[in-house]
Design a protein around this ligand. Structure first.
Ligand SMILES: Nc1ncnc2c1ncn2[C@@H]1O[C@H](COP(=O)(O)OP(=O)(O)OP(=O)(O)O)[C@@H](O)[C@H]1O
Ligand code: SF4
Ligand SMILES: [Mg+2]
Length: 323
């Protein structure tokens, strides 16, 4: 079956300008050959440290930035090369929820306008049907009906994010990209919004690309996890397999920082030494070799390819199985 979203060898390099003439002096390798697919109704979480390229992947999929190379397909149709005039049709099917609903919701528009705009723009409903749709959206995100006549600043952070989610749901998309959608929220509110997203995903059969720097919050929401390091994916696995038996040393380090709910179960904390290298000059061989506690000679020269390490579980690392 064709996946809903298919990303193949996606690359995005940003030119670096320097000197008085502003000549191109280098490239930021923000995304450097990323491939994955998302099935209809599936949640894939994209995780990794700040600056590894997660948002750039999301933006390239949504065509908010043009990829340098690679392919993005929605239902088999190439998005990355589609002329702008034809993009509109596919735009309805892919929506986004950003980290900061305050800056992404227009402060001068009432919630009614914020939610009605995409519905009208795509010609989906008007009159009584539009009113019914607005009421249904508020119910879906558990906001009271009178929210329609209020402005975004009259709501709390968690409620504003509910408005952001309702706006993303408004044009009845197949895929929602959530870029750090809960990262700015307080712990208890974070859990509520994660639960809401999981419920909506399930009830509406939505596909989610859930971008987060925090592995802990994706565990209760995701079907699969893709771990990104310095512009590349290092591990992709089913949730259960990834959390129970992470293969890549980078994933193991990320996971070791996640608190374990059971106090008797101990997880040894792996502290990574060194900083994340610059994406302007990524290290040769394995990009993680400058920080990896298991590094050996081969890692410094030969780039590890993605390979299957367990059913539904792939990793890019030279370590032999069982280590
Ligand atoms: N418009 C741009 N011009 C130049 N460099 C950029 C641009 N956008 C992103 N970058 C660089 O690309 C790299 C990846 O950035 P990106 O925002 O995708 O990371 P991220 O994983 O989303 O990080 P965070 O967790 O902090 O949101 C970073 O080094 C960033 O500085
Ligand atoms: S390939 Fe080598 S350096 Fe890279 S993660 Fe595996 S062991 Fe570490
Ligand atoms: Mg980001």
């Amino acid at each position: 079956m064709t996946p809903l979203l298919e990303v193949t060898d996606l690359r995005k390099h940003f030119p670096l300008h320097g000197g008085v003439l502003g000549r191109v002096t280098g490239q930021v390798h923000a995304v450097d050959g990323v491939s994955f697919a998302i099935a209809r109704g599936e949640t894939l979480s994209l995780v990794g440290e700040s600056g590894c390229g997660k948002s750039t992947v999301g933006r390239a999929i949504l065509r908010l930035t043009k990829p340098t190379a690679g392919e993005v397909r929605l239902d088999g149709e190439r998005l990355d090369t589609l002329p702008d005039a034809q993009l509109r049709r596919l735009r309805r099917r892919m929506q986004v929820v950003f980290q900061d609903p305050f800056s992404s919701l227009s402060p001068r528009m009432k919630v009614r306008e914020i939610l009605a705009e995409p519905i009208r723009n795509f010609g989906l409903a008007r009159g009584a049907a539009l009113e019914a749709r607005l009421a249904a959206l508020l119910d879906q995100v558990r906001l009271p009906r009178d929210a329609l006549d209020r402005f975004p600043h009259e709501f709390s952070g968690g409620q504003r994010q509910r408005i952001g989610i309702a706006r993303a749901l408004a044009p009845e998309p197949d895929l929602i990209v959530c870029d750090e959608a809960v990262s700015a929220l307080d712990v208890s509110v974070k859990a509520q919004i994660v639960n809401l997203l999981a419920e909506l995903q399930d009830a509406l059969g939505l596909a989610l690309l859930f971008i987060s720097h925090d592995l802990a919050i994706v565990e209760h929401l995701t079907h699969r996890v893709a771990v990104m390091y310095l512009g590349k994916l290092v591990e992709v696995a089913d949730r259960r397999s990834l959390f129970a038996a992470p293969f890549h040393p980078y994933t193991r380090a990320l996971l070791s920082a996640v608190p374990v709910p059971d106090p008797t179960a101990k997880r040894e904390r792996i502290i990574l030494s060194g900083d994340v290298p610059s994406p302007i000059h990524p290290p040769p061989g394995c990009r993680f070799h400058t920080r990896c506690p298991f590094v050996f000679d081969r890692c410094r020269t030969e780039e590890p390819a993605m390979r299957q390490v367990a059913p539904g579980h792939q990793a890019a690392c030279h370590l032999p199985m069982g280590m």
